[in-house]
Design a protein around this ligand. Structure first.
Ligand SMILES: [Zn+2]
Length: 318
């Protein structure tokens, strides 16, 4: 590196550090605060319980969207990443995944829990300022299971998340992103008929996946390469692929790196879910699942009484 270049590099690094809100977060460099459970848990309600901006209720409850049927010859898929945590714990933010997407210019849809957004608010505001690349969807406040929550509890899980997004959007200064998210992802992929009506009544479309990409630990690059070949084999034009970016599944970036290369080699382009929806006709089911109908029912008993990790039902009353 020449002296002038070194100077520029140092100057930019220092300038970025001095304008950063916290010395722990320097641009997009991973920080110790991004690690799993690095930030203490706070299960209180958001500052505002209802968003200022309310969406129009959807006239038809279209069900659970698993993929999009595209015109012949169109090869597009959507990469989606869930970023979530329970009422009873905090998770993390997978900067390797975010930085990989940014470096390669890969658009993605990020389904964020409202409580997760608050825990990782500085990251969310950075993401909001890259609205060209990243679109944010609603993934309930604290991972409430839509098949188990009361209608009031479900409403609060959705609206508290809309509110948190709105608060962070105001703070971020980002103006070219939607007022509130219009896409929703079911925690655990679980729902019932009543939940579909409540969510449609709040104006959000339910987006699941047809390819659950992470099966187990991909920290070993050889294993990740094997997983990538399997996932590529399940991917079709119009597929919606599920990943996580909260550091719960391990080695997601290894899988992603291999998979993107394979799919690009096969001529696929990557688009956000909202763009994919505009390109064709959604394929839906009435009851969400991972890979086979009902394969997620067993999760109903594993995370507290209603998916939030709590022993008492989430009612939405702070
Ligand atoms: Zn989740």
């Amino acid at each position: 590196m020449k002296a002038a270049k070194i100077f520029t590099f140092l100057f930019l690094t220092m300038a970025a550090a001095s304008s950063s809100p916290s010395p722990e977060i320097d641009g997009w460099t991973p920080s110790s605060l991004d690690q799993r459970r690095a930030i203490p848990n706070n299960s209180s309600a958001p500052e505002r319980l209802s968003p200022l901006h309310e969406l129009q209720p959807l006239s038809n409850d279209e069900g659970v969207i698993r993929r999009v049927k595209l015109p012949d010859g169109v090869k597009a898929v959507a990469l989606t990443f869930d970023m979530c945590e329970l009422d009873t714990n905090t998770t993390g933010c997978d900067m390797d995944v975010l930085n990989f997407l940014r470096e390669r210019g890969l658009p993605a849809t990020l389904f964020m829990g409202g409580k997760w957004m608050r825990t990782h608010s500085r990251r969310v505001k950075q993401i909001m300022n890259e609205g060209e690349l990243f679109e944010i969807g609603n993934h309930n406040w604290s991972h409430g299971n839509c098949a188990l929550l009361s209608p009031e509890g479900l409403k609060a899980q959705v609206l508290w998340t809309q509110s948190e997004y709105e608060l962070l959007r105001e703070e971020s200064g980002a103006t070219d992103i939607p007022d509130v998210p219009g896409l929703f992802r079911l925690p655990y992929g679980r729902n019932n008929e009543r939940a579909l009506k409540v969510i449609a009544g709040l104006g959000l479309r339910v987006i699941q996946w047809d390819v659950a990409a992470e099966a187990g630990d991909n920290s070993n690059p050889k294993r990740a390469a094997r997983s990538a070949r399997l996932v590529a084999g399940m991917t079709r034009p119009g597929s919606i692929l599920l990943f996580h970016a909260n550091l719960v599944p391990k080695g997601t970036v290894n899988l992603l790196r291999e998979l993107v290369d394979i799919l690009e080699g096969e001529g696929y382009e990557f688009v956000k879910v909202s763009e994919l929806l505009e390109m064709g006709e959604p394929e839906t089911v009435r009851d969400g699942y991972f890979s086979r109908p009902k394969d997620n029912y067993a999760l109903d008993k594993k995370f507290g009484v209603d998916g939030t990790g709590r022993r008492k039902a989430f009612t939405g009353k702070p």
